[in-house]
Design a protein around this ligand. Structure first.
Ligand code: HEM
Length: 562
């Protein structure tokens, strides 16, 4: 009897495996011919990853084979995802948060690091309560209050670059490796110093420390410089690097990593203790009316205190919730923005004419750099259409956050196909910024007149190129609706820090353009094929070399050519 039961069980199990192993395609959604039993499309994905260390460019590569980049793939036979590259459909999905929620895979990656932070929370009551406190702090008035700190920290970066230029001496005048220096670390210092300063009011002050160390020690070797880091800055970086973004089992991966790395545990303790202390101190200050105007944490605690006073009871926000949301700002506000700045330097170095036009426009509108410190109004001036176009084009081409994931909560229709409940959607936001009329999905093609202009570029414009002019109308004014670009996502779960990110980027590009021309690089450092970048949470240049020259120096006709 027992044997018969075992026999039936074994056969049922075998049938179950065979049933599961057959890839089940969603009807109507194109798929690859090579999809295998059990492995699905995993083998080519892994093969490409081993070769390039990148996941996303594989999906892009495959997308080129399907009209409008609309297709399905199977991680394993039973694990299907639908890839969407069309900006109109992506925006539609993002705006319907109750039907398409952020996928658990994404939430779980952040869960082990900041379980109470927005990046790890579904759109539930906790997230909504957090938004009540944290949402308003990114408004225009508060950003105006934060601007002097942001501008000052940005100035620190350029003062550091000036110290490096001085240490390199005459070499900067020549197209040689000795005259260049690498800046990705400096950009991380910039965004880390800014976010720690405006979020908590303590600031890592890494740029100032590095100016001091470069002035004291000079260069190390031909064009390398000593680096000074801050303990909290290092801890926050370790937090970020520990996000198990590529793991299939993020909690297990993080648990093992934490177990192995005493340094990480130390960093975690340092972060938690420092932030807890700041929150307790902030609550005390709020009650005594001693808060600063330029500190995001104190703005949140003010709101908490207002609600408590109004209702006569606790505002229902625990210390770990505040801590995790604030850590989320440190994580989300650092790497994303510094990566985008890195891409910006690459585009500008390769496009000297863009630099010249931008410099001329800013010089025409703003007083000289030595006489005038930038204000919020300067940074958002409406008299700088080319500047707006450059910023918009940097965000479009850099594709810092290339993708995100959504899961359908009910059976629904996307691009005319019925998608079962629980379907995963890989939204290719980076590619969406390159959609042209001819890459339109056949179904939308049939409804041609219904696709608004802002969702398509003309076919003749080279969408992979950095060309700010595409954002200008014939009369030279800036046109935000010139074509598609969704760097910050859209809808309820769009980027919470997009206004801050743009303020930082604008302050950085404006200060750069007022002070320096980024001169031509030697071929050995220029990365002509654009291969030097890494993909993790963001798409980030792994190195970015620059050879900054003050505009006044460019009178020499031998260098003017560059
Ligand atoms: C250029 C820089 C940045 C880019 C390209 C960027 C991009 C994005 C994108 C695309 C999302 C939405 C992902 C999705 O829909 O699944 C997102 C979410 C988020 N971003 Fe950003 N971001 C940037 C800078 C920042 C900054 C400076 C902060 C804060 C200081 C920030 C905080 C957040 C947070 C908290 C979320 C999660 C919002 C939620 O789920 O409710 N980001 N970001």
């Amino acid at each position: 009897m027992l044997w018969i039961a075992i026999y039936i069980l074994a056969i049922s199990f075998a049938c179950f495996i065979i049933y599961k192993s057959k890839p089940r395609h969603i009807p109507g959604v194109p798929h690859m011919e090579t999809t295998e039993w059990f492995f699905g499309d995993l083998r080519p994905i892994i093969k490409n990853y081993v070769r390039t260390r990148k996941f996303h460019d594989y999906y892009e590569l495959i997308a080129a084979n399907f009209p409008g980049g609309f297709y399905q793939f199977h991680w394993l036979a039973w694990n299907t995802a639908v890839v969407i590259c069309d900006p109109m459909i992506i925006e539609d999905i993002m705006k319907k948060d109750s039907i398409f929620r952020r996928s658990d895979d994404l939430l779980k990656a952040f869960g082990p690091i900041t379980p109470w932070g927005s990046l790890a929370l579904p759109t539930n009551a906790v997230w909504k309560n957090h938004r009540r406190f944290f949402g308003p702090i990114m408004n225009q008035n508060n950003l105006k209050l934060l601007t002097p700190n942001i501008v000052q920290t940005t100035e620190n970066l350029f003062n550091l670059w000036e110290s490096k230029r001085e240490a390199l001496g005459d070499a900067v005048q020549r197209i040689s490796e000795e005259g260049c220096f690498e800046v990705m670390q400096d950009l991380s210092f910039l965004t880390g110093d800014i976010i720690s300063d405006i979020a908590f009011g303590f600031g890592y002050h890494q740029l100032e420390a590095n100016i001091a160390v470069v002035e004291r020690k000079g260069k190390m070797g031909r064009n390398r410089f000593p680096i000074e880091t801050n303990a909290l800055g290092r801890a926050s970086r370790m937090y970020f690097e520990a996000i198990p973004v590529e793991s299939t089992f993020p909690s297990v991966s993080h648990f093992l990593y934490r177990l192995r790395s005493a340094k990480f545990r130390q960093a975690e303790r340092l972060m938690e203790d420092s932030l807890n202390k700041k929150i307790i101190e902030g609550r005390r200050k709020v009650r005594l009316g001693e808060t600063k105007e330029s500190c995001l944490l104190e703005m949140v605690l003010e709101k908490e205190w207002d609600i408590e006073r109004e209702n006569g009871k606790s505002a229902n926000l625990r210390i770990e919730e505040i801590r995790d949301e604030m850590s989320t700002l440190l994580l989300a506000g650092d790497d994303t923005t510094s990566s985008t700045m890195g891409w910006a330097l690459r585009f500008l170095t390769r496009n000297p004419d863009v630099q010249r036009r931008l410099h001329a426009e800013i010089k025409h509108v703003l007083p000289d750099v030595r006489e005038h410190t930038l204000t919020y109004e300067d940074i958002h001036s409406t008299s700088l259409p080319y500047f707006d176009a450059v910023i918009q084009e940097i965000l479009r081409v850099s594709q810092t956050v290339m993708t995100t994931l959504r899961t359908s909560t009910v059976e629904t229709v996307v691009n005319g196909c019925v998608m079962p409940k629980g379907t995963t959607f890989l939204l290719m936001m980076g590619m969406a910024g390159c959609a042209t009329k001819s890459s339109t999905l056949p179904r939308l093609e049939a409804e041609k007149g219904t696709v608004p202009r802002r969702f398509r570029w003309e076919d003749k414009v080279d969408v992979d190129e950095f060309r700010p002019e595409r954002w200008l109308k014939a009369d030279g004014s800036f046109d935000i609706n010139a074509g598609p670009s969704i760097p910050f996502g859209t809808g309820l779960r769009a980027c919470y820090g997009s206004r801050l990110a743009q303020l930082e980027l604008r302050s950085f590009i404006m200060t750069l353009s007022r002070r320096y021309f980024l001169d031509i690089l030697p071929a050995s450092l220029a990365d002509p094929n654009g291969e030097k970048f890494a993909e993790a949470v963001t798409r980030r240049p792994t190195e970015m070399w620059i050879r900054p020259r003050p505009w006044a120096e460019l009178v020499d006709p031998t260098t003017e050519e560059s």
